[in-house]
Design a protein around this ligand. Structure first.
Ligand SMILES: Cc1cc2nc3c(=O)[nH]c(=O)nc-3n(C[C@H](O)[C@H](O)[C@H](O)COP(=O)(O)OP(=O)(O)OC[C@H]3O[C@@H](n4cnc5c(N)ncnc54)[C@H](O)[C@@H]3O)c2cc1C
Length: 424
């Protein structure tokens, strides 16, 4: 029976895999990280309903992992693809986990005894993890990973593991898959805020990115959801969001709108107000793009909560002896205002994931001027590429919110399913 490969285990890829599997076709879900989930697993709540992100995603992660028609390949990357629609051969490399996937039961005893602490990329670099670790508590599959680079070989994890699951050595393995069609859902990465040096990101601890803020405000994040300044652990009394940071900026060759930043800033501003009504929140914006179902109402709700929308684009953050100052022209009044925030959140834009260029080359598909995968025809074939049998979906195609990503995942799943059916 023909099979399908889905590359990228974010919400788009998970949805596509579930839909194909539910139609009786075997799916290989290929994810390069240790867990599926993608960026949605890092978020606190989701606009416009403020539902807890993991409460929606986690059941999907578990469903896909338990589905009899789905094989999840974590820590795995595609190296080559040959053949045509109906009979592709994919060669992928599975990187070592240094933990036996069949033996590990995810108990976490090894994590408890590990003496090494390093920054946790999952917590956007704000929290710490051990050298043997789970990036977060709800990972799927629920198996630890040993980071061989930071491991000091103290042997404690080997000794404590009753299942002998921790491995001293493990080689890369080649995985060969024969599939009828492929869905590429490799998502995005956020704009590197360091590129705009005038804002002092990484030089001033109280200037953080929106993804870092998602971890900061998250009850399962490094501060248990308490909004604290990294400089001194105090609660900021004024939080400023700077919009279009790495979006709609011709000088950075990013003229496009990242689609989600207005809404995620409004979301986080509302969440701040829900936690502490007295915290002053200012959003410095160019235009508010609240285009989705229920989004305009969400924006109005934010205004009613007392969140200030200041139309103006700051050019720098000035560090002073007692904090920060942000000069900004209020373009509605033409007045120069000086903001004095305790915490600044840079609403970083979305760009193609690392390695998108390689994927495009390998699969023989096109990319647009900004590196996102190009559709064969944007209006009537939004998930088709120029290569028959290869479909694209989610934020890998263009910046997208979760509802639109899921919709495209479903559309791509149907296309891939039909190819598999035809190849049976
Ligand atoms: C700060 C912030 C807040 C947000 N808040 C919201 C919100 O409240 N509501 C909302 O609707 N949207 C929100 N979004 C947008 C949301 O994150 C995206 O819509 C969603 O994550 C897109 O899912 P995806 O699966 O397409 O991509 P991703 O989540 O990026 O997942 C892609 C997956 O593919 C994997 N991958 C990448 N390359 C490869 C490869 N070569 N091989 C194998 N695997 C690979 C990645 O590791 C990842 O797991 C927010 C975004 C940001 C940045």
């Amino acid at each position: 029976m023909a099979e399908v490969a889905v590359i990228g285990g974010g919400v788009t890829g998970i949805q596509a895999a579930l839909d194909i599997a539910n139609h009786g076709i075997r799916v290989h879900l290929i994810e390069r990280e240790a867990s599926i989930g993608g960026h949605m697993a890092q978020l606190d709540k989701t606009f416009p309903t403020n539902d807890c992100s993991m409460c929606i995603l986690s059941p999907k992660m578990v469903d896909v992992a338990r589905h009899p028609n789905v094989v999840i390949h974590t820590l795995t990357e595609v190296k080559s693809i040959t053949g045509d629609v109906g009979r592709f051969t994919i060669s992928a490399i599975r990187h070592p986990r240094y933990v036996d996937e069949d033996a590990c039961n995810g108990c976490g005893d090894c994590i408890e005894v590990c003496p090494v602490e390093v920054y946790n990329i999952f917590d956007a670099g704000m929290g710490v993890r051990k050298a043997i670790y789970k990036p977060h508590a709800q990972i799927v599959p629920n198996i630890t990973i040993r980071d061989a680079v930071h491991c000091i070989d103290c042997g404690l994890c080997f000794d404590i593991c009753g299942k002998n699951a921790v491995l001293r050595e493990e080689e890369e393995q080649e995985v060969i898959l024969e599939v009828a069609s492929v869905v590429i859902a490799t998502g995005f990465r956020t704009f590197d805020a360091e590129k705009k040096k005038e804002f002092g990101y990484l030089h001033h601890p109280d200037v953080i990115t929106s993804l870092e803020f998602e971890r900061l405000i998250n009850a399962s994040g490094p501060t248990g959801g308490k909004i604290k300044r990294l400089s001194d652990g105090t609660t900021p009394d004024h939080i400023v969001f700077i919009q279009c940071f790495g979006s709609r900026d011709i000088s950075l060759k990013r003229p496009y709108c990242s689609g989600v930043c207005c809404m995620y800033a409004i979301k986080n501003a509302i969440l701040i107000k829900e936690k502490n009504q007295d915290t002053k929140v200012t959003i410095c914006y160019m235009d508010i793009r609240a285009y989705g179902k229920g989004y305009e109402e969400y924006y109005i709700r934010a205004q009613e909560l007392g969140i200030r929308f200041l139309r103006g684009r700051p050019g720098e953050i000035i560090r002073t002896a007692d904090g920060m100052k942000i000069p900004v022209e209020n373009t509605e009044t033409s007045e120069l205002e000086i903001l004095e925030p305790g915490l600044v959140v840079l609403s970083v834009g979305l760009e193609p994931a690392d390695g998108a260029e390689k994927i495009a080359e390998m699969f023989g598909i096109e990319r647009d001027d900004y590196g996102f995968f190009e559709q064969e025809e944007v209006k009537c074939a939004p998930v088709k590429t120029i290569r028959p049998g290869v479909y694209i979906a989610g934020a890998a195609v263009s910046p997208k919110d979760i509802p639109d990503s899921v919709t495209q995942g479903e559309a791509a799943a149907m296309r891939a399913f039909l190819d598999a059916l035809a190849a049976k």
